[in-house]
Write a protein that binds this ligand. Structure first.
Ligand SMILES: [Zn+2]
Length: 305
């Protein structure tokens, strides 16, 4: 008997059913309700009947959190394909098609803006870009977002939506876990708050590093959160996993999360924690900027939309 019988099959990208499909009407995959697309966008892509959370893009996420305009940073950073990696198709080609599909250069948007009047440094991950995987660019952009917060004394919010480390960048992508975690440790020493928001899905190296390091870890309802996937665990331990395993509510019950919050209340809850942390609320006119000016950076911030 051969030890390795498995025939080589190309890895199929998962079909993304959770994103709101194009068109005038949308069928909720959870309750089957037919929803008018415009109603859905006004409810932050949450089904009004059963509260199913459709996945948001990184820019939709920022829009749902910030009061208004935001400033985006490091838009130009892109991967150089350091390993010249090829699986079923060259990594370079995957990058090109993701850039064309999402309009982003990599799987995260980092920005500063105000949440209920409090200036924050926010990073939102984009699942549509190679499964929101964390490569060197994601690692660098998030690290810079934290360092920007340190320089300007801002709280940090990272919204995770990721399949984990980007295998096409090998060990270089794993190093990002340590790099971001080290930056977060500096943020902690500077007594600045970090709120981690975990959305569906948050798995692999992202869960194993910054997504679980928040002063407060908040998840969206029914989000898949874990390190290895349920199928891999089942095959390894040869046991059936309990109902709802690796979902937000299960993790909350077992002490892995602090809260599960509906997306429509997320901004208010984050703002409440920020006020609680004692970060000064920058009133537009009354309060002069107490924070020292940020050092000049080579990247030019451009206003977001
Ligand atoms: Zn529904």
């Amino acid at each position: 008997m051969a030890w390795f019988k498995k025939d080589k099959k190309p890895i199929e990208p998962p079909v993304d059913k959770s994103r709101v499909p194009e068109g005038l009407w949308v069928k909720c995959p959870s309750c089957g309700q037919i929803i008018y697309n415009k109603d859905l966008s006004s409810s932050l892509s949450v089904c009004t009947k059963c509260a199913h959370h459709f996945r948001l893009t990184a820019s939709e996420r920022l829009k749902s959190l910030f009061d208004g305009e935001w400033i985006e940073y490091d838009q130009g950073l892109r991967s150089t394909d350091p390993l010249s990696f090829t699986d079923t198709k060259p990594y370079r080609k995957r990058l090109e098609s993701s850039i064309a599909g999402t309009g982003l250069k990599d799987a995260v948007i980092t920005a500063t803006g105000k949440i209920e009047g409090i200036r924050c440094s926010v990073a939102a991950m984009e699942y549509g870009f190679i499964g929101g995987s964390m490569g060197v660019v994601v690692g660098e952009k998030i690290t810079r977002a934290i360092e920007r917060a340190l320089a300007e004394r801002l709280p940090v919010i990272i919204v995770s939506c990721s399949g984990g480390a980007r295998m096409m960048e090998g060990a270089l992508s794993l190093m990002q876990m340590a790099k971001i975690s080290a930056a977060l440790a500096r943020l902690d020493r500077a007594r600045l708050p970090y709120i981690s928001v975990l959305t569906d899905p948050t798995t692999g190296g992202v869960t194993a590093s910054f997504a679980m390091l928040g002063d407060v870890n908040i998840a969206e309802p029914k989000a898949l959160i874990g390190f290895a996937g349920p199928r891999v665990i089942e095959q390894t331990i040869r046991q059936k996993l309990p109902e709802g395993f690796q979902r937000s509510e299960f993790l909350l019950e077992h002490g892995m999360l602090d809260m599960v919050v509906d997306r429509r209340e997320m901004k208010g809850v984050i703002a409440k924690f920020l006020r609680f942390s004692g970060i000064p609320v920058a009133a537009p006119t009354a309060l002069p900027a107490a924070a020292p000016a940020a050092p000049a950076r080579p990247d030019q911030p451009e206003p977001g939309s």
